[in-house]
Design a protein around this ligand. Structure first.
Ligand SMILES: *[C@@H]1O[C@H](CO)[C@@H](O)[C@H](O)[C@H]1NC(C)=O
Ligand SMILES: [Cu+2]
Length: 330
């Protein structure tokens, strides 16, 4: 077992440099905000490994942030975001390397409110998580596996987020060398967005650095074990609960019953008696309290969740953690 672990880690180390990645473009409801636009972008695609570093918020330090964008992109609350990672700033996400397949791990999204996303100093405070996906034991896929397969990663801005400017921190934690700390590779960039519409959520917040510790089971983690049981680091994502208009539960219960009907027709043809019996069977359909159907990517379960638990056709409700289940495409 020990030998296996060492061999697997060595294989992963060989693909270290080849496999790095940068979150370099995003789409809002399917419309690109522009390649390398409205982002705090590093020139180098390396990770942050020191979770106590100031650069764990929005990168920098060993990966200098020299690509500066003066733009802020409007994002309606409830919008679907597609995050595009590319291996280097020259890579085309449609055809090129996204991230090396060895770099398995979770994907998380955090927001921190700022007065002007284009000019704000990178904040260490005020961060709250809006999305997370780790390992799905039913499919054997990590969030990064889905990112690679789809050449992009989709998530939703919760509808209850208060309007205003935010830095949106989108993060991969690659776990291929995370057996010791430091070792986990954190890949994050921050997008400059202006949330419009929305609600008045006033969430609890964490700090970067501060939210992660080197001893967290989601930071110091041996990827080469079986079965895999992974705890995503940081706080659980905020939820809009019953106030989320797209997932409001219907409280009425509806039962449709069609009673059974037997029709017997007797006719006489000459000397033969013909009896035809047609039976209409009973159909009972009960729509329960959570009869609402959640859209793809929306929340469909978790501790405290009172919204829809059924998923739109073509998607299944998948447990992300005890507090969050999500409708993922089948
Ligand atoms: C954010 O959006 C609101 C609502 O559309 C708009 O009034 C405001 O000017 C925008 N702010 C920035 C900094 O883009
Ligand atoms: Cu790498």
């Amino acid at each position: 077992m020990k030998g296996f672990v060492r061999t697997a880690t060595a294989a992963a180390l060989a693909s270290l440099v080849a496999g790095h990645s940068i979150f370099a473009e995003f789409e809002v409801n399917g419309v690109s905000a522009g390649k390398e636009n409205a982002l705090r972008l590093p020139t180098y695609d390396g990770p942050i490994e020191d979770v106590t570093s100031q650069y764990v918020a929005c990168n920098g330090g060993p990966n200098p942030l020299v690509k500066f964008s003066p733009n802020v992109v409007d994002v309606p609350a409830g919008a679907e975001i597609t995050a595009r990672w590319i291996h280097t700033l020259d890579t085309d996400w449609r055809t090129g390397l996204i991230i090396d397949a060895s770099h398995k791990g979770p994907i998380m999204v955090y927001l921190s409110k700022v007065s002007n996303a284009a000019t704000a100093a990178i904040p260490s405070t005020g961060w709250f998580k809006i999305h997370e996906e780790g390992y799905n034991s039913a499919t054997g896929k990590w969030a990064v596996d889905r990112l690679i397969a789809d050449r992009g990663y989709k998530f939703r801005i919760p509808t209850c987020i208060a309007p205003g400017n935010y830095l949106m921190r989108v993060e991969i934690i690659a776990l291929h060398a995370a057996g010791n700390y430091p070792g986990a590779q954190l890949y994050m960039e921050c997008a400059q967005i202006n949330i419009t519409g929305g609600g008045s959520l006033n969430p609890a917040t964490v700090n970067f650095p501060g939210a992660y510790k080197g001893t967290d089971p989601g930071i110091k983690f041996n990827l080469y074990t079986s079965p895999i049981s992974y705890t995503i680091p940081g706080p659980r994502p905020v939820t809009c609960g019953g106030s989320n208009p797209t997932t409001a539960a219907t409280t009425a219960s509806r039962t449709t019953t069609t009673s059974s009907r037997v029709t017997t027709t007797t006719s006489r043809t000459g000397t033969t008696l013909v009896t035809t019996t047609r039976t209409t069977t009973t159909t009972t359909r009960t729509t329960t309290a959570n009869g609402a159907v959640q859209t793809v990517w929306g929340q469909c379960g978790g501790i405290g969740w009172t919204g829809a638990t059924a998923c739109a056709s073509g998607s299944n409700c998948v447990v992300s953690n005890p507090y969050f289940s999500q409708c993922l495409p089948a």
